[in-house]
Write a protein of this length. Structure first.
Length: 345
């Protein structure tokens, strides 16, 4: 059976501790049900943007958001399809496996979903590679990584899948298991293309199945995309003779910590005392009110003009919408006249 090689360092342990604390804050916060939908949707959109951008997709976050809402955008067919595929896969994460087991059939299906209608050879979609490929810098043509031979792929994948479903893997913290699986999958490089995206879905799937991120609030891919050279460096620095994953796991765990800390900050704002006034601990907000508060979360403030533009309504109607939130003590007015703006209460 596959046996991961790594050691727990102070950096890993400290990050896991901070992750556990942040996760408790999130899970114990009183949520408006619609906020759960909003946080999940935002995480999926950001993941789809970041994970595809890492591999060269040119769509902006705004364009990905538009696609997710069914809007038409100006972009190449392949770029759009890659993003739509990734969105569809993450949205179906609860249906990617039969129960808690991850099978070869599941992983082949995930790859097919991620790469559908984007590969030059359709037969490569959802099938292990039948020819040798190398990981190359597209600009310099430098060979970054040489994966195992085609013939070795099925055997390595069988060992990884066996480990994923074994009691041995469940001894580890879910974050550690996800990090190990992410690297080993990339190392095996089982497909002609789409390995990185499939590996990142696998990591997210493990966190989901282990009950770590059942609500899909966390976007790990943002961390990778924010500094792509560091992501690739962390993958490349693993010694192929010893396969010591310590350095990679330090990087991976730090990414989870960064992601979950960002979610915690949002949740703390959303769960302020002023949002706990009803007997059930929640205030029911309309769709428009939810979008206004979401806008403030992203931009720290909102002006009447922003509300008017957002809903294509008059300034008078926009003022009426924001006044409802002021009366609920959800937002506060700052400044006067044309320069006035609103912040969370």
């Amino acid at each position: 059976m596959f046996k991961p090689n790594f050691r727990y360092t102070d950096k890993i342990v400290n990050a896991l501790t901070q992750i556990a604390v942040a996760r408790e804050v999130i899970l114990n916060s009183p949520f408006i049900p619609k906020w759960e939908v909003s946080l999940r949707r935002e995480a999926i959109i950001r993941s789809a943007h970041s994970s595809t951008a890492i591999e060269g997709n040119r769509l902006s976050l705004e364009q990905v958001s538009d696609l997710a809402q069914g809007r038409e955008i100006m972009a190449t067919r392949k770029d759009k399809q890659e993003v739509l595929n990734y969105l569809k896969t993450l949205e179906a994460i609860d249906k990617l496996t039969d129960g808690k087991q991850i099978t070869e059939k599941n992983l082949l299906a995930v790859h097919k979903m991620v790469t559908q209608e984007t590969l030059e050879n359709p037969s490569d979609c959802g099938a292990y590679r039948n020819r040798y490929v190398v990981v190359m810098n597209k600009l310099t043509k430098e060979v970054i990584f040489r994966p195992p031979s085609n013939e070795d792929v099925p055997g390595f994948m069988m060992l990884l899948i066996e480990w994923l479903n074994s009691p041995e893997s469940k001894v580890f913290d879910p974050v550690i298991e996800a990090g190990i699986a992410h690297y080993e999958f990339v190392r095996i490089h089982p497909f002609v293309d789409g390995n990185g995206r499939t590996a990142r879905v696998l990591a997210a799937l493990i966190l989901y199945l282990r009950g770590f991120d059942t609500k899909q609030f966390f976007c790990l891919d943002d961390y990778y995309d924010s500094d792509r050279p560091s992501y690739y460096h962390a993958l490349r620095r693993v010694d192929q003779k010893t396969l010591d994953l310590t350095g990679w796991l330090e990087y991976f765990v730090e990414g989870v910590k960064t992601s979950i800390s960002a979610v915690k900050e949002s949740v703390v704002r959303l769960s302020s005392e002023r949002l706990r006034k009803t007997q059930k601990g929640q205030i029911a907000l309309t769709d428009r009110q939810m979008r206004i508060v979401e806008f403030i979360n992203h931009n720290e403030r909102i002006m009447i003009g922003d509300v008017s533009k957002m809903f294509k309504i008059t300034r008078q109607a926009a003022l009426k919408e924001i006044s409802k939130l002021v009366n609920l003590d959800v937002v506060k007015l700052r400044g006067k006249g044309r320069g006035a703006y609103y912040v969370l209460g």
